[in-house]
Design a protein around this ligand. Structure first.
Ligand SMILES: [Zn+2]
Length: 287
């Protein structure tokens, strides 16, 4: 089975700290001999990413070392930018649901096919100005997605998406510590599927380090990863792809423990025969 290491929110903060966090994770991936796929926000805070003096040179240098950058929303100003978040994220992140109910008319307008097509067209244009080619995979902010977003992706020729979380229930456990959420209750199948009108969706293995790995929780978190991955492997099919989701800033916030955790997770996966890591671009090709 091919595995893809992904990490989100590159470009979101134009600060030395954010670049330093990115470089640490990139260097760690390189030390393990693999290239990461980083989802980049093309217009964070309304500022076009091609006019950003900070990230484009960092990203081009990382590309030359084997990393990959793909499209992550447009502004990422709201988790609702491309659709409503998954119901299973409500316990740990109720804000988007409250916002959606409060301003439903506005969000329904934003989630029309023309509106979403416009957002994607703008994001792709900015991406092209930075990278000199089109993105091949899309990830929505916070896995907020809707049927019209798939229609818009198809309309702009982006036919690969990794915008759904497999088991956000387990993520809720890591954030709330409520043991009721420490369970395998996947929202989606453990293999890619096609969303109408023809976008292949690669569900993302949940980011169980999005809140860092607090002191004293390393062993529990390793155990949770191996348990969740064990379920994933049991339910995998010959066309399954393991897409690991992370956020590089959160990883580095507790780096001494998070690095140990991912070293152990990758070692365990290798022992299960999962040793072939690719970038998303290499995996889907220049669609
Ligand atoms: Zn994000």
């Amino acid at each position: 089975m091919i595995a893809i290491f992904t990490s989100d929110d590159v470009g979101g903060a134009r600060t030395p700290e954010s670049v330093e966090a990115f470089e640490r994770v990139a260097a760690w991936l390189e030390s393990r001999g693999l290239g990461g796929t980083f989802f980049w926000i093309p217009r964070p805070g309304g500022e076009p990413g091609d006019q950003d003096p900070v990230w484009p040179p960092v990203m081009r240098a990382a590309e030359a070392r084997g990393h990959d950058f793909q499209l992550h929303g447009l502004t990422h100003g709201s988790c609702l930018e491309f659709g409503l978040t998954q119901e299973s994220t409500r316990p740990s992140n109720p804000g988007p649901f409250e916002e959606y109910e409060r301003h439903r008319d506005r969000w329904e307008r934003e989630h029309s096919v023309p509106s979403l097509t416009g957002k994607l067209t703008e994001g792709i244009a900015i991406y092209q100005r930075v990278f000199g080619r089109r993105p091949v995979v899309f990830r929505s902010p916070c896995f907020g997605m809707c049927p019209n977003a798939y229609a818009a992706l198809h309309a702009v020729g982006l036919t690969h998406s990794s915008s759904r979380g497999l088991n956000p229930t387990a993520t809720a456990y890591t954030l709330t510590k409520d043991p009721a959420y420490r369970r395998w209750a996947p929202d989606y199948p453990c293999h890619p599927w096609v969303e109408p009108p023809g976008v292949t969706e690669y569900g993302c293995f949940e980011d169980l380090t999005i809140g860092g790995v607090p002191e004293g929780e390393l062993e529990d978190r390793v155990d949770l990863y191996l348990s969740e991955l064990g379920h994933f492997l049991e339910e995998s099919t010959p066309d399954s792809v393991l897409v690991l989701g992370t956020h590089f800033s959160a990883m580095v916030a507790t780096w001494d423990r998070t690095r140990v955790l991912f070293d152990r997770v990758l070692d365990w996966l290798a022992a299960q025969g999962i040793e072939e890591w690719q970038t998303f671009r290499a995996f889907v090709g220049e669609a």
